[in-house]
Ligand binder design. Structure first.
Ligand SMILES: Cc1cc2nc3c(=O)[nH]c(=O)nc-3n(C[C@H](O)[C@H](O)[C@H](O)COP(=O)(O)O)c2cc1C
Length: 372
């Protein structure tokens, strides 16, 4: 896939005085849109150049709604949902998403082909654009159910899962994995794993470019301690030119991210996108060739959404907790985070929302007065 390098230098922030004529413009009530698709069903073709990683406790539907506002065309991933939870839990709640979130992929955890096939069917019926299998998460809880990164040691089982899921749904079935696990960390191990799942019909593989230690490291340490090795992912792309290879892990600035996009089919950001959503806004703009969404526009639309959600009984703090990074590294960032941490504890969510709105407006005004 090619990237429009001409637009790689569009790096402005904020754009408070800009007319809203960019991709992803929405009207209140209809939510954000993307030029990649329209309507409530799944996208027929997914543009995989820019992705936000699945993150437990983070990429819930409120977070994704906000990220869609700042990044009109980025492919968003849900938190991992286990296939078993979809079988036995509150399916409607687990699968709920706003049509405005498209394109959005559902990440599943599991290791039983039949169960994953049934879960994938539920996901596709709910309208998700893609079903992704988690073969990268190293947490103990996940190992206990024998899935996540531990599954790299059972490529045939993963292949059976992929084949069963593909038989069950029409949307793409993809796999997110690591470079390896424990001492199974040679390039050949990764190549053989990917070869096996590709034979089962997996056409897109997302690689967190470090291995996982199944014992001894916490999930957090497993995202930091094993070294990153992008060169292995580049090699994988060379060996599997027919696959879409998406690079993940440690991408946190525009220059590196855009440069990597020249070597693989797509890039996936996790922590950096969450901690600094306006970085994601700039990347979406640079990659898809439109003006960056301004911080005040994204916030204003999110506040409209929050107002509607409060009306449905959603607590304000469940939504505003995802806004902590909006003023990351900008004047007022600390005051903003403090307000988000303290104010939504109050009982009157509508009054708190009005206060947050006023604070956001004053921070943007203050920021603009420094620029001009
Ligand atoms: C809080 C948190 C939760 C995560 N949950 C998941 C998950 O549910 N499924 C998954 O495949 N990866 C999960 N990850 C890993 C990310 O998807 C990603 O692979 C990792 O953070 C590396 O990318 P980054 O350096 O851009 O953050 C999680 C990461 C974080 C920080």
């Amino acid at each position: 896939m090619a990237m429009d390098r001409e637009t790689g230098s569009v790096l402005r922030w904020p754009e408070a005085d800009r007319e809203p004529t960019r991709a992803g413009d929405v009207t209140a009530g209809s939510g954000p849109g993307t030029s990649a698709r329209s309507g409530p069903g799944p996208s027929s073709v997914l543009d995989r150049r820019l992705n936000v990683a699945p993150m437990m406790e983070r990429t819930d539907r409120h977070c994704r709604y906000f990220l869609r506002l700042v990044a009109p065309q980025t492919l968003l991933y849900t938190e991992m949902v286990t296939a078993a939870a979809l079988m036995h839990g509150d399916r409607a709640r687990l699968l709920a998403f706003d049509p405005a979130e498209h394109p959005v992929a559902l990440q599943l955890g599991g290791s039983e082909p039949d169960e994953l096939a049934a879960a994938a069917r539920y996901g596709a019926a709910a309208g998700y654009d893609e079903i992704n299998l988690n073969v990268g998460c190293p947490s103990d809880r996940v190992q206990a159910g024998c899935f996540g990164a531990a599954l790299m040691l059972e490529p045939e089982r993963v292949a059976a899962c992929v084949a069963a899921m593909r038989d069950a749904v029409d949307v793409p079935v993809t796999v997110k994995t690591r470079l390896g696990v424990d001492h199974h960390d040679s390039y050949e191990f990764l190549r053989d794993f990917v070869g096996t799942i590709a034979e089962a019909g997996c056409r897109t593989v997302i690689v967190h470019a470090r291995k996982a230690w199944l014992k001894g490291l916490s999930p957090k340490q497993n995202r930091e301690i094993p070294p990153l090795d992008y060169a292995r992912v580049h090699r994988l792309k060379r060996d599997f030119p027919e696959l879409d290879v998406i690079l993940n892990g440690g991408l946190k600035d525009e220059a590196t991210t855009l440069a990597e996009l020249g070597r693989v089919d797509g890039v996936m950001l996790g922590r950096a996108a969450y901690d600094d959503p306006m970085l994601l806004a700039r990347l979406d703009a640079a990659i898809f060739g439109h003006e960056p969404v301004s911080v005040n526009e994204a916030l204003e639309r999110f506040f409209e959404y929050a107002e509607r959600e409060i009306g449905k009984g959603t607590r304000l703090r469940a939504m505003t907790r995802h806004l902590m990074g909006v003023f990351a590294g900008r004047p007022g960032g600390r005051a903003w985070r403090r307000a988000l941490g303290e104010w939504p504890r109050a009982d009157d969510d509508r009054a708190t929302l009005a206060k947050l709105r006023a604070l956001a407006q004053s921070l943007v005004r203050d920021r603009l007065s420094r620029v001009f």
